[in-house]
Ligand binder design. Sequence first.
Ligand SMILES: *[C@@H]1O[C@H](CO)[C@@H](O)[C@H](O)[C@H]1NC(C)=O
Ligand SMILES: *[C@@H]1O[C@H](CO)[C@@H](O)[C@H](O)[C@H]1NC(C)=O
Ligand SMILES: *[C@@H]1O[C@H](CO)[C@@H](O)[C@H](O)[C@H]1NC(C)=O
Length: 357
Amino acid sequence: MKVPRVWQRGSKDMTAMPHPRHRTAKKPMWIIVLLSIVCVSLIGAYVYPPRRYSTCYFFASSVCTPFKDWLPAVTRREPTDQEVFSSVVIRDLLSMPMPVSKKPKIAFMFLTPGSLPFEKLWENFLQGHEGRYSIYIHASREKPVHSSPLFVGREIRSEKVVWGRVSMVDAEKRLLGNALLDIDNQFFVLLSDSCIPLHTFDYIYNYLMGTNVSFIDSFLDPGPHGSGRYSIEMFPEIEHRDFRKGAQWFAITRRHAILIMADNLYYRKFKLYCKPTVGRNCIADEHYLPTLFKIVDPGGISNYSVTHVDWSEGKWHPRSYRAADITYELLRNITVYAFILILPINMICMLYTDSTT
Ligand SMILES: *[C@@H]1O[C@H](CO)[C@@H](O)[C@H](O)[C@H]1NC(C)=O
Ligand SMILES: *[C@@H]1O[C@H](CO)[C@@H](O)[C@H](O)[C@H]1NC(C)=O
Ligand SMILES: *[C@@H]1O[C@H](CO)[C@@H](O)[C@H](O)[C@H]1NC(C)=O
């Protein structure tokens, strides 16, 4: 799965202007016919504004810019009821002060099929920082066996997770919901069973607590595994040009975690129309949050994630690091731009499934 980061926007929205076909009639007749076609098109486009993103935006073309000013209804759209309801909630959520915590904590949320192989490593990382972190585990396949007392009793109620399905997003939301119950949790980090920390606790803690930006991977991928997974049923609330992609691992602020709890409009669109089975092979957890935040708070996210996954092999699964690959130099390279490394052990990092689909 190649994910080129192409930042240009909207080039796909414009298709060529339809050309009136050549007529064989004499010149005056030809002009009258041409004028009629233009008039009918103008009226038609005004009365029936394009409803689909892919329809030619007749008046958006640079050739026709003079017409744009006196035909505003063509490109503008009335918001739907759901959009109005959603936008007022989100607007106030983004501007209202958040409750201040005296002892802010980071919530480490582990999304895993079962046991966590690196508990001992995390224990070393967390030791001496009691009261500044909390742990939540969503084990979707089997009850984990713990090797560190810090992880005992930290499981939340879980449900089955199937790769590519919205059940992955539901598990993320379940972790967020449980972590939000503790008012001291101020930053929420989603991790898998194959994640290891690359920096000290203090470094990560100070970095996250010192920002009000959420680290959510979000980019425009114009290819078939990106924008090609958009389905028109998501229109009008989600437009093709707003459809984004990103790896699911995030580190987000409390405000954004609450925003995710509050969103029903965009979540429903993904639940209904982003599935691996409906032809477009849409993977909900790779598109829901990147697209949601592109629409509701694009300036509030970094557009990149603080977890490192190597997609450079261009396959469905990220690169697997074997023991021989883990050198000091590799870790130092990754540490330069990431906090937490995801080791896709047995290829189950983010792409595990509970049932083979
Ligand atoms: C986020 O923090 C920056 C400074 O670090 C500040 O300028 C900005 O207004 C803050 N944004 C919000 C939404 O609080
Ligand atoms: C993230 O991308 C959006 C567009 O998708 C842009 O509006 C926003 O400014 C970007 N954020 C940062 C921090 O670059
Ligand atoms: C580390 O980065 C350097 C420079 O980008 C590169 O030449 C080297 O191959 C990298 N090493 C590993 C182990 O990835």
